[in-house]
Ligand binder design. Structure first.
Ligand code: MG
Length: 430
């Protein structure tokens, strides 16, 4: 019951203040969200300034489809609760802000919380003169293996691309292929089949054709590339769960590293059936927005890898706890790493990857020259690995003046993510 406001007529201590003495003399003086799009995708950066000259932190709050809503939560709702607080109390601040609206979770609030949370870890690292991965217990690997994306109009194009990546040192590659005569996720359109039937919906999603195309793709890849390269495929929750079971079973002979998002968050109970029917490893979770959603999946060992979009669950603090919980159940991490995670968010992924014994794999994104200029210190990728930086904090800076040169695209509702449609015109989940 949210009747607190009605009963607090007299001025009272700010509810966000903890009952203990602030641990340091430093105070938060400003909290702001900044939107920029140096690579075309709108990124949301949170900057937390402090009373110590030159000491500030940066966090990733990118929910590109609702960027302005996240910025409003940061500027209008979180900033007033943070100004005057000691940035050292990261856990208490995360707990306080999480319940400060009574209703909690969801991608808008969580991304706003993540921007603040990462910025506070960045500040703590800068205060200590240590990278964040040192604050998490230090590294447990030299560098972080990453996977990249191969896609083609037919299986041979995909095989050629994987081969080229292998020559650059990649050992893990996600593979997506066009579906003849239909649209698909993560691959270019195939040439229209000769004598194709007239269709009601151009580029419609055709689950049966997709299932055949994926089976043919992986048969071809193994034949062409041999057994060693680790192959990944993202179903992107597009099929009926029955088809997900069939795809996982069909792909068993081709020894995938994992099959990603075979079912939608609304269909998680199907994972039990899928698990009972196939040994193809499963990765899931980039759409989850509450760490509690992972509980049955991890506890019952219904997946092998968690695909968390770290900013969508609230930042480093909840992700670190979740990773530790997963370790107890033999579940590994595969943090989401697309282009709608800012370089600051990728640095947070890297810090967790370095420090987690149950790290599995990291999705990479290569930022172009404009993004690298706006975000100096962008994590370095070479030889199929992400390499740690010794810079204090998250190690990525933000040139706000330069960022103004890349304003976000006008927000056109529905343009950031258009749902696919089936042949009869009905909307298909993403
Ligand atoms: Mg995915």
């Amino acid at each position: 019951m949210s009747d607190q406001a009605a009963t607090s007529a007299a001025p009272a201590p700010r509810p966000a203040e903890p009952p203990w003495a602030p641990p340091s003399g430093v105070r938060i003086t400003a909290v702001r969200a900044i939107l920029t799009a140096p690579a075309g995708t709108t990124l949301v950066v949170v900057r937390v300034d402090t009373s110590e000259p030159g000491l500030y932190g940066l966090g990733c709050a990118t929910f590109t489809q609702r960027a302005a809503a996240v910025a409003t939560v940061v500027d209008e709702y979180l900033a007033p609760q943070l100004i005057g607080r000691d940035p050292a109390d990261i856990t208490d601040i995360a707990s306080t802000l999480h319940v400060s609206g009574y209703w909690r979770s969801g991608p808008v609030l969580n991304n706003a919380l993540s921007g603040v949370d990462m910025a506070l870890w960045d500040i703590k690292g800068k205060q200590a003169g240590l990278p964040v991965w040192q604050l998490l217990g230090g590294r447990c690997r030299t560098a972080v293996p990453v996977y990249t994306h191969a896609a083609g109009r037919d299986p041979q194009e995909v095989a050629d691309e994987v081969q080229a990546f292998m020559e650059q040192g990649y050992q893990h590659v996600r593979c997506q292929v066009a579906v003849p005569g239909a649209g698909t996720y993560g691959a270019p359109a195939a040439a229209a089949a000769a004598g194709a039937r007239p269709v009601l919906t151009p580029d419609a999603w055709d689950p049966a054709a997709y299932r055949r195309a994926v089976r043919e793709l992986f048969a071809h890849l193994r034949e062409q590339l041999g057994p060693e390269v680790e192959l990944i495929h993202d179903v992107h929750e597009r099929v009926h769960p029955t088809d997900a079971v069939r795809i996982a079973k069909d792909l068993e002979p081709y020894d995938l590293f994992y099959l990603e998002d075979p079912v939608a968050p609304e269909d998680l109970e199907w994972l039990r059936i899928l698990r009972a029917g196939t040994v193809t490893p499963i990765a899931i979770g980039e759409l989850f927005t509450n760490p509690a959603e992972y509980r049955p999946v991890v506890q019952e060992r219904l997946c092998d890898f968690i695909r968390v979009h770290i900013s969508a669950i609230g930042g480093i603090t909840p992700a670190w706890r979740l990773a530790t919980a997963c370790e107890l159940f033999g579940v590994r991490t595969a943090w989401h790493g697309p282009g709608d995670v800012s370089p600051i968010g990728h640095a947070a992924n890297l810090a967790l990857d370095l420090a987690s014994p149950n790290f599995g794999i990291q999705e990479q994104h290569l930022f172009g020259p404009a993004a690298q200029e706006v975000f100096p210190g962008c994590p370095e990728i070479r030889d199929g690995h992400l390499w740690p930086s010794e810079a204090p904090g998250l190690g990525v800076d933000f040139d706000e003046r330069l960022a103004l040169k890349y304003p976000p695209r006008p927000a056109v509702p529905g343009q950031a993510w258009r749902p696919p449609r089936r042949a009869d015109g009905a909307v298909q989940r993403p």
